[in-house]
Design a protein around this ligand. Structure first.
Ligand SMILES: [Zn+2]
Length: 436
């Protein structure tokens, strides 16, 4: 793999350094019982406990409450977090946190819960018009002025990696678009990761989370190298989505190896605790990786695929409204995207396929996109994922709207290893309509 050594070759005017920002992490079976002592160590006295309705009744939240009480920490429970949050649900959570007069946050749940806590902490600490901090061009993209209150993030799905990133994602209802806020300041103070939480997840939730992990790792690994981004004038200007770098590569490759080995087992056998716990570790590794490199096109397209949902309702998710879960909205695009991007760095696409357990015998660099695409499709079929963008309700006639919904995600599209505009997205969406 000599080409990989050249991936970070310096370029004229290009970046010469990369930064590593990592959350503090505590990882291990049963560690949710440390929540109270950890909050105390962060100087918190009254904490907002964020979760959702389904989780509020579980032993995980009970364990956290007991631990907070034992450590003498007062908590205010907010269990109204919406799965796939919106600007409206973020603002409701912000009002709750402001009225509860808390000096810290603990979030117990999936990406939606952790992201809502990040937003509530931001808007209660530095109040502003809602669109002020939202990524441009949808919002103003104003920098977050300074540190937020302490936030302990406790993930209960092995997927989003949100506990390790400074990104929060939501639906902007007025524009029917998914967008987000990205700032190092949003990164939680501590990720408290207890793999026991994965034991009780429904099959489809495990599948969607696992494919989110897989795509975080592959996108991060095949992102444009940091050396091809224009050099930042100051360290503060260096974006979190700085592109692929040697640090991110470490987490990506190991996360892919684990996902390739364990995801099908974890999805299809609820009693396979080993496989589910392994996925939690893969999720952590991928989160650390993409939090320092950024993801690219499959996530960019997912914003449109999830945002424009028609009437799709998956098993295992709330059934009050149509929803395409995040991991699903990402992976239905992925095989087609990687078939298109492979020409930009074939060696990384081949190596990604190899980490995922693909048989590379006889494969040449020209086959890289096909080999990787086929391995992802094989895993999708074995995990009950819908057959591409067509499988979640879209047809040929929707491609124009899907492209329109993807183009504003410039932060992600620019992180791809090649130029991606409307023309490339046309071919990527066409190729993603169905895979088998
Ligand atoms: Zn994701």
């Amino acid at each position: 793999m000599t080409c990989c050594h050249n991936y970070f070759a310096t370029t004229e005017g290009g970046e010469e350094a990369f930064s590593v920002d990592v959350s503090a992490i505590t990882y291990g079976a049963g560690c949710l019982a440390e929540a109270g002592e950890q909050a105390k160590a962060l100087g918190v006295r009254r904490i907002a406990l964020f979760t959702d309705k389904r989780l509020a009744a579980t032993e995980h939240v009970a364990k956290v409450k007991a631990s907070l009480t034992a450590a003498g920490i007062d908590y205010a429970l907010y269990d109204e977090v919406k799965v796939e949050p919106t600007d409206v649900s973020f603002q409701a959570a912000t009002r709750f946190a402001a009225e509860a007069k808390v000096d810290g946050f603990i979030s117990v749940g999936g990406g939606s819960v952790m992201d809502t806590a990040k937003a509530a902490s931001l808007y209660t600490t530095y109040p502003a018009d809602f669109l002020a901090y939202v990524n441009a061009p949808v919002g103003e993209g104003r920098p977050v002025p300074g540190p937020l209150k302490p936030h302990i993030a406790c993930p209960t799905t092995a997927g989003t990696g949100s506990e390790c990133t400074g990104v929060t994602v939501f639906d902007l209802l007025s524009m029917k678009a998914k967008t987000g806020i990205a700032s190092r300041m949003l990164r939680p103070s501590l990720a408290l990761i207890d793999p026991l939480t994965t034991h009780t997840l429904p099959k489809n939730v495990i599948a969607c989370s696992a494919f989110d992990v897989l795509s975080h790792a592959l996108e991060s690994y095949t992102a444009k190298p940091y050396t091809r981004r224009p050099r930042s004038n100051t360290p503060a200007e260096r974006p979190m989505s700085q592109g692929a770098n040697p640090w991110s590569d470490l987490g990506c490759r190991e996360a892919l190896r684990i996902a390739g080995e364990y995801m099908v087992r974890a999805v299809n056998d609820p009693a396979d605790h080993e496989a589910r716990e392994q996925l939690m570790w893969a999720s952590t590794l991928a989160g650390i990786a993409f939090g320092n490199s950024g993801v690219h096109v499959p996530h960019g397209m997912a914003y449109a695929v999830a945002g424009l949902v028609k009437d799709y309702q998956p098993e295992g998710y709330p059934d009050d409204e149509p929803i395409i879960p995040h991991g699903m909205s990402v992976i239905v695009n992925a095989p087609s995207v990687f078939r298109n991007t492979a020409c930009a760095c074939p060696e990384r696409h081949l190596d990604g396929a190899k980490c995922l357990g693909a048989d590379l015998r006889g494969a040449r660099e020209d086959d890289a996109g096909e080999v990787l695409g086929a391995r992802i499709v094989e895993l999708m079929k074995a995990s009950g994922i819908p057959n591409g963008v067509g499988g979640v309700g879209y047809g040929e006639g929707d491609i124009g709207a899907l492209i329109e919904g993807t183009l504003p995600q410039q932060r992600l599209l620019k992180n791809a290893p090649m130029e991606v505009g409307a023309e490339q997205l046309q071919s990527m969406f066409e190729g993603a309509l169905s895979y088998w």
